[in-house]
Design a protein around this ligand. Structure first.
Ligand code: NAD
Ligand code: USQ
Length: 394
């Protein structure tokens, strides 16, 4: 079943390879982006480990390599007029929404960054919900959420909803959320808004609570060097396993925060693409917000560090540094993740060869690594000095 699919955030780490994958699989793909992520690179003074071509150029390269067309729309989701024109022009049957500020540390820099994160993410999604309701409520929204919405409760995490019996009465309710950053909170706010729009206006949505993604190559991005996706390794935007592989490539001690007993659900970037397509092919019903927990395995940070150390040819040190975040370092973690497997997901489980290939990629581009960007600089703790830095006196 080929579809017209609009991908919001199609210039990003996950949005770009998803666009190629869906295009190759016969879908008619449009991508929307305002290059906010490239702007954050300028702001932070770092750039992707891998050189990334401009969006219009890589779309041309994809066209030349495959004969397949991807339609670009350059603009901001927070600009409702732009988004309305885009949706009316492309007439999508489904919209995949990746287009948010997605770094937890970035959202914790200071008040401005927290406000920007929640404004960009919550307002962009709210514009989208209104426009779907106004233009075509049958459009299936596939929204990227995060496993971090749940936090680390001392009970098993279910897929979106939990049956609760309270004082003799029973109901199925949204699973309680205890997110760990203003970024993760923005995803919770989105989930509530999406759930409300489904219940109230009869929209159909799938919320993909995705774990931490690792990996860099997909079957499509390797077709040409200019099709590469970005790969972040700095302490603000880099995610943990990708960072450890880059650290190993330059002989930097692996930066485990705190005890390293924090456990997270994780998945290979190739599985993100599969999961998104499975969600698209199995749309939620009218009025339903379906929720899938999108990860394939869970690992403690200590386990990840030991796997990277084992895959590295050099003798890499594992260093435990003070955790800049406020997060449980010792906790129970068991999260359901069967629904995507039931739909046919074939996971790429984490292997030594994948870690070796990530370290090799980092070695290939080691001249682009800024060693000063490795150690964390953003603290979760709200100190007076932070307010003084931000120009406030109380
Ligand atoms: P990314 O920052 O690389 O990509 C996001 C893209 O959206 C960027 O190209 C950015 O320019 C664009 N964007 C942001 N705000 C926009 C706006 N207002 N208008 C138009 N475009 C906008 O992030 P990513 O790693 O590809 O993540 C994509 C999505 O998946 C995010 O929603 C993120 O929260 C979620 N997610 C990512 C991971 C991960 O490990 N990378 C894990 C779980 C969930
Ligand atoms: N961590 C380290 N050392 C590092 C980097 C991180 O020990 O050098 C730890 C963190 O303290 C945390 C864990 O690793 O306990 C994961 O951190 P991360 O930066 O890899 O992931 P996170 O901040 O949770 O955010 C990433 C993406 C985000 C997505 C989320 C999925 O940036 O967009 O939503 O993963 S989840 O974690 O399931 O919420």
């Amino acid at each position: 079943m080929d579809m017209r699919i609009l991908i919001l955030g199609g210039d990003g780490y996950l949005g770009w390879p998803t666009a190629l994958y869906l295009s190759k699989n016969g879908h008619d793909v449009g991508v929307v982006d305002n290059f906010l992520r490239r702007h954050y690179d300028d702001e932070m003074g770092v750039s992707s480990l891998t050189p990334i071509a401009h969006l219009k150029h890589r779309i041309d390269v994809w066209d030349a390599a495959t004969g397949l067309t991807i339609t670009p729309y350059i603009g901001d989701l927070v600009d409702a007029n732009f988004l309305e024109e885009t949706i009316r022009d492309f007439e999508p049957e489904a919209i995949v929404h990746f287009a948010e500020q997605r770094s937890a540390p970035y959202s914790m820099i200071d008040r401005e960054h927290a406000v920007h994160t929640q404004t960009n993410n919550v307002v962009g999604t709210l514009n989208l919900l209104y426009l779907i309701a106004e233009i075509d409520p049958s459009i299936h929204l596939v929204k990227l959420g995060t496993m971090g919405e749940y936090g680390t409760p001392n009970i098993d995490i279910e897929e979106g909803y939990i049956e609760i019996t309270h004082k003799g009465r029973t109901d199925v309710l949204p699973f309680p959320k205890q997110p760990g950053s203003f970024y993760h909170l923005s995803k919770v706010h989105d989930s509530h808004n999406i759930h409300f729009a489904c219940r109230t206006w009869g929209l159909r949505a799938t919320d993909l609570n995705q774990g931490v993604v690792y990996g860099q190559e997909t079957n499509e991005t390797i077709l040409h060097p200019d099709l590469m996706t970005r790969f972040d390794y700095d302490a603000v935007f880099g995610t943990v396993l990708n960072r450890f592989c880059v650290q190993a490539s330059i002989g930097h001690p692996l930066t485990v925060y705190g005890t390293g007993n924090q456990t997270r659900g994780m998945l290979d970037i190739r599985d993100t693409l599969q999961c998104v397509e499975l969600a698209l092919l199995n749309p939620a019903n009218e009025g339903e917000m379906r929720v899938y927990n999108q990860f394939t395995e869970s690992f403690s940070l200590n386990k990840l560090a030991s796997l990277v150390k084992a895959a590295s040819h050099e003798d890499i040190e594992i260093s435990h540094i003070d955790d800049p975040r406020v997060e449980a370092e010792e906790h129970y973690y068991r999260a359901a993740h069967t629904k995507l497997l039931d739909l046919g997901l074939k996971p790429h489980l984490l292997s030594q060869s994948l870690i070796e290939s990530l370290i090799e990629t980092a070695i290939e581009f080691r001249d682009r690594i800024d060693h000063k960007a490795i150690l964390p600089t953003v603290s979760w703790r709200h100190t007076k000095s932070k307010l003084v830095t931000a120009g406030k006196n109380n």
